[in-house]
Design a protein. Sequence first.
Length: 299
Amino acid sequence: MAPISTPQTPFGRVLTAMVTPFTADGALDLDGAQRLAAHLVDAGNDGLIVNGTTGESPTTSDSEKDQLVRAVLEAVGDRAHVVAGIGTNDTRHSVELARTAERSGVHGLLAVTPYYNKPPQEGLLRHFTAIADSTGLPVMLYDIPGRSGVPIDTETLVRLADHPRIVANKDAKGDLGRASWAIAESGLAWYSGDDMLNLPLLSVGAVGFVSVVGHMVTPDLRALIEAHLSGDVQKATEIHQKLLPVFTGMFRTQGVITTKAALTLQGLPAGPLRLPLVELSAQETAQLKIDLAAGGVEL
């Protein structure tokens, strides 16, 4: 049975964009993925994003993506939303990944803006529509122009929101003004995709987070959002400020790199990275320990 959702919170409120554990020789670690997924849900996540950027999706094969989704579903699919990242810069490939994910039994799809080829807004509209038309699953858009090179304009988001299966947006645009207008005009369920802006985005209408630091601090993220929902602005602000060293430390370099280092320090499944990502240096690891400790994370 799929976890509970509402039109306002179609994927829950706190989701972690999960890393993909690998074995020492770089192979997919499905047992580790299941153990990590269970740990994250036990910590309080409503859902997990599998095969997103934090899952090193650019360097995993289609077969590995399918195996990973099925393993995570087996581990936690009756307790949390499992959302499969299926976005590429090739619409046909994205549709194929979406249909494969649907066959696995996944609960939803995450579709990132096509990257590198820099399509115009009409191209984005047709790309996301083709994905949403290809399955019966709810779709979360992923707007991250810093990686994709192209933002999803507010007008495009409004037009996409007319599609019955495009229900949410993960916002990593870093623009609270644009977010305010897009939330008001589109009616999409809005998820913060930038941990430093979790609380500010809640204040303009976001319903939850798709987090990287959720690997470390899910209980704090839950407490933050619950304080905000209850109207306790002071408590929400205090939690936000407590987590500032974590937000900073986890993004001093690429987030997958620091996340896998932090998980390894905690004895949780992570394993090595696939090139072109590389492990932290000893100096960087020492700084990460300082940052996490300053935010209350025990290693």
